[in-house]
Each structure stands twice: as C-alpha cells, then as structure tokens.
Design a binder for this molecule. Sequence first.
Ligand code: HEM
Length: 524
Amino acid sequence: AVTSNPKWPYGWLLYQEEYLLYESLEVQSGFTNGCPRRFLTTTAAQWIRLAYHDMSTHNVEDGTGGLDASIRFELDRPENIGSGMLQSLSDFKARQTPHVSMADVIAMGAIFSLAGCGGPTHASIPFRGGRKDATSAGPPGVPEPHQDLRTHTDIFKRQGFNQQEMIALVACGHANGGVRKNDFPDIVTGSQSFEFFTGSDKHNRSIVTGYLDGTTTNPLVVTSNVTLRSDHRVFGSDGNVTMKRLAEGNNFNTECASLIERMINTVPKDVKLTEPILPIEFKVGKVRLFPANDSDGLVLTTTLRTLDLPDNPKRTITLLWTDRQGSTTCPSTGCSVQSVSTETLGTGTDRGFRFMGITTPQMHAFRANVDIKTSISKFWFEIDEGDGNKEVVDNDAEGFAIDQETVLIDPVRSVKWVDALGTAKIVRVVVGVTTSELSSMTPNLTMRAFNPSTPPPFIPETTTVPFSLDTTLPAMGAYTFFTANVSSPLGLSGTPMTSFDVVYEGRIVQEFVQVKEILTSIRV
Ligand code: HEM
C-alpha cells in the first residue's frame, strides 16, 4: 500500500488521497451526517445503484467494459430507468479533476455510501484509483426484475460473479434504499411512492434475515406479481445455502465488503488500478511561493497534515529551508519558522479519516518570509516533542524541492468573485514573472482552465486563456504581474473552473492550482 510520501512536487496520488479522506464527497456536500446521506439531490443508495449499473457492461471473457463511467451515455435505456443516476452524476460532476476521473468518483461514492449508512467502512473496502472514463456507451446488460433466473445468472457470470456471488452481491446492494412507484408501478402497488428493501434507510442485514424468517417487506421478494419477484428467485437459487451463510456472525459485512470492492475494481482490462490509497503519515499540502505585497520579499505558505499524533503541549513543529545560493542567507542548519496554526480536522469534516480509524488528524499551517535574492531551494519539517525526541519529515533526506521561482501564482493578488453560495463566478488569476526573465511584455504565458461542471454527459472542458500584462498591479521587487480572467456565462450555475495549470513557453510551470487556494474573495 502507498503510505510513504508521494512523488514530489505533486504526484496525483496526493490528490486522490485528499479526495478520499479529506475533501471527500460528503465534506464537499456540506450536508449533515447520517443516513440517507443526501448529497445535493441524491441519496447514498442511489450511489451504489449507479456503481453497479455502470459496472454492468463488463465482459469477463474479453475484458471490456466495467466501472468506466460509460453509464453517462446509457441513461436512456429502460434498464437504467429513473432519474437517480442522472442526479448522482450531476452531483458528482464537480468532483472530477484532471487526476480523478468520473469513474473514480463513482467508485468512491459507493464506498462513502456504505460507510455513511452503517455498512462496511473505508477500512474494509480499500480504494484504488486510476479508472479511466469511457468516451461512448458500452453494451446493454443490466439485470431487470422481469427477467428469469437463467438470464440473471448469465448476466452475473458475464460480469465475473458466480451464483453465490450473485446472491450475496444483490443482497448487499439491496441492503440499501428501495424501489420507486414512479418507475416501477407494477412492483410498488400500494399507496406509498417509495418502498424500502428493509424498511429503513440504514444499510441493513435484515435484507438476509428478513428473507429467511419470512418477515421481509422487500418488494422484490413479496410483490404480488410473481414475475417481478427477482430477489426471491435470486436469493433462493441455491436452496438458501448462501443466504443462510450470510446470516451467520459477521459474514454479511465481510462478504459484502469484499464483493463491493470487486465490483468497483471491475474495470476494462487496459486500466491499471493503483495500489490502495491510504493516508500518508505526514503529508505536505499545497505549497505556494509568491511575491509579498508589503515588502520586497517572497512568502512561502504550506501545510503539513499529521495523523494521530498523541497529545503533547510541548510539541513544536518547525519548517526549515535552505536558500538557492547554498546558505548565503540561511545558516547551515537552515532558515526556520514554527507553525502558525494547528487545526484538528474535526467533527463533520473528517469523516473519511474516521472511517479509516483515524480520530485526530491535524493540519499544521506555515508561513515563511523568504529572502528574494537568495530564494529557496528546498524545505523540510522537524517535529520536536520537547523531551529529546525529534522526528524529521524530509522526503527521505531529499527535502521538498521548489523547482522554480520564475513564474509564481499569487494567491493574494488573485481574486475570485463569489455568489451568495460561495461559488466563484469570475476568477482573476495573477501570476508574477521575474522581470529579468522577460524579453517582452507579451510572453507566451497561458492558463489551462479545467471546468468539470458541464451539462450531461458531464465531460470536463479545458479552456486555454492567455495572460496579459496587468498595469494595475505595480511591480514589486523583481516581479512583473500578469492576469487571466474566466467567468461563468450569465445565469449559469456553477463556477467557470475548479482548477488550472499555468503554461509558460510550452512548459507547465504551475500544475493543478485549485480555485479554492485563491485567498482574496469578493461577494458579488
Ligand atoms: C438481479 C439483479 C438486480 C435486479 C433485478 C435489481 C433491481 C432493482 C430495482 C428494480 C430497483 C429499484 C430502483 C428504483 O426504484 O430506483 C433496485 C434498486 C437498487 N438496487 Fe438493484 N437490482 C439488482 C442487483 C443489484 C446489485 C448487484 C446492486 C449493487 C450491488 C444493486 C443495488 C441497488 C440499490 C442500492 C438500489 C436502491 C436505489 C435507491 O434506493 O435509490 N442492485 N434494484
């Protein structure tokens, strides 16, 4: 498992870990915890159904199809009836990044859904990243309630699951959510518009026990039209051997976890998933080096995320760095500052960590003034417990390198104009370029803006916007400032971009800068 430091400066693993654990689907949603875990418009159960239907195109014989977000092109098929999957995709779309595909978000959604509703947690369903999004529809083949047992067995076999696995996977899926009258009026025949499989929101093993003891209200077991009792046929297809096993001890949870893991890892054969993404013990966050706006110096800001450090009021955490000239400004031990703040990633925002058994993850923030003449070549951290014990976080003695200071993003001079919900509608990105580097005031400098919030089928758009000289920002120190603006079309919801790269003379000089890193925001 990947637990050591990711590639430096920024391996994509870094983002995936952040997404899974910290900027998780539910953190972003701002919704209360509990089940049904409603995101913007969808429920947790819909996320699991989405993952299964998306995976359903898999053909184990030729290795095609699988969890690849091809569902985006398959929603008009009768087998995908209902607006839930479209809503889920619409809620998920803004979570796509250049490093996290829609298919990865769908897979994460299934994990979050189960964990959030009392099913298996992240710790028992490891998350692997690297899924690729399909660019067109896959073959049809999601099971439907009116089909016979033979058809269902064949479908699951094609997807790579044998009869026992079919039984357990359906039970695991149908431990969540229920059936809508609107979409299945022949199954939900009573007065209610929605019938739970188990009578409750929670992921519930009574899907198994209720079936065995005859108390179940699962509409796919008890509905009056026998043809539509697909769960009844599937569950009983091996003479209840599997259902009886699932009812014992912790079997339901463990088999469910391992089958859902297989389901989300069922991908086309040319996709290579990563090792499980686990929290890194010490993770360096976004690093920004930028021209100060009150002096001729540079400012370095960064964070260090720790996991469960024991309580110790005597602990100090120090950021150290060496200058580029080889210690003309900094002493040989390095220049240093202590952390300016420590935030426990606390209640409500640490659910991803909590599901991994981590209870007090902390974010330590640093802000250092760096001499502009000698700059900075690399930095590292020292954790001093105040009792003679010290730990150095230095990227296996290499330090964390700052590769260039020619083109710097300025998170303070940059501005985002936000609406009442805090959504950035207009973004002005400011970069400083070392004046000595410039041969003209029209350098080949562009921003590649990544906008994931597009209409169905939710394919992200990348737009290239040129930077131009900004005479409203007086040159400070050795830097000249350039700006690029993007804005959301009037009346459209969402932000014009969530992240961007800066490209200078054909080279990416700043990669995956997130709009939320921009510190200056103005309400419009
Ligand atoms: C023979 C196979 C299956 C059949 C015939 C079947 C059929 C159905 C039907 C008719 C619904 C109601 C949908 C709605 O009203 O929105 C449903 C819901 C659901 N299914 Fe399945 N299903 C099967 C297998 C699975 C599997 C393998 C999973 C996942 C592991 C799964 C997960 C779900 C979930 C979570 C819901 C609840 C959705 C919600 O509450 O919005 N199903 N299924």
